[in-house]
Design a binder for this molecule. Sequence first.
Ligand code: NIG
Ligand code: FE
Length: 410
Amino acid sequence: MPSQRTVFVGISELVQPLDSSAGNREPLSIVRDAAMVCHAGMIEAVGTRKSVLDSLDSSDVLEVDLQGRAVIPGFVDSHTHVVFAGDRIDEMAARARGETYESIAKRGGGIARSVELLRASSVEDLVAASLPRVVSMTARGTTTIEIKSGYGLTPEHELKQLQAIKRLRSLTKATLLPTVLAHGVPKDAPNRDAYIDQFCSDVVEQAARLGLARYCDIFVESIAYSKSEARRIAECAKASGLKLKLHVDQLRDGDGADFAAELGALSADHLECTNAAGAAALAKANVIATLLPGCALYLGGHTWPDGKALADAGCEIAIATDCNPGSSMISDLGLCATLGATQCGLTVEQALWAITRGGAKALGLHDRGGLRVGERADFVVVAHSDWRMALYHPGGNTISSIYVSGSLLS
Ligand code: NIG
Ligand code: FE
């Protein structure tokens, strides 16, 4: 973290997502001809070039000229499964020949396949396999990444997956935030209730005690946990001091959004099949509605989440990659924002909000995503004077540089 004060000038437009996006189709504030001062990893001053330079003591300040480029906040990916073992390339090929995600799962592939592969791996194997994926995320502008367990299922292997996430934290400048995920009951568990009791005490409580998780997520779906089972895990998570996130309404409408509102979750994620009453309940309970459009892109034949209906109901929207080996092998959060705007009915302003301030809110973070004074100096310099270039050309050379805590990501 540089202790020297740095002033960034030559910023064509600096995008500050508003604190709230509720009911707003354009939840961004844009400062033209801007400057920003960073010190000790944080934003110390930001505004028009004139106002910032007028009040700056210019001795001992390093000046960086961004030469007419736009600046946007570093992206916050609030939902990933990026730590996993092996791959499921054959499943993508099978889907292209006509098999479905569900039929592959029924014949022993899917999540069960990733569980087998993870159980055969060491912490070191997991770190070595996952680090390049984290690097591919940060190289596309993501500076904060939530990462879930959920491919171990037994206490030994869930904690091993969380240990790998902890190890990765020292290998990247990005912030990595761990979540313990209750992903489903293993097929060989003799008794569901006993399994859930053990998962609560030996995985959820233990992960919280060891500081290996900050959030708890539960996959609420007919193929995973019922609502009454999820309620038990959620109560244990809350009592352990973990914040709650839920996978709901992905494969069918199970009134999962209402359930997330009732439990007071931080975010409800997926929502491909959520009904209007569920959207209203999320808005009323201030639960962040997290869209994962990478799944529809990747699986084909699946429903796009209706971002417009959720936003019009008053929800605040986050977009995340859901990066995982089965349903969304995608590490480019900017691409997911583009899908938010082209496929899910959001405006480009709402889509950028969703991968910055929205992602931060879905993680309960108040120190990033808005490029305000006092926030972390995590930002992306767009290779264009118009910030929208970042969403316009997915996969293109749209990023000029990325700063984390005020220093250049190499
Ligand atoms: O978010 N929904 C559950 N879990 C993941 C998929 C995991 C996998 O297929 O490996 C998801 O889509
Ligand atoms: Fe997921």
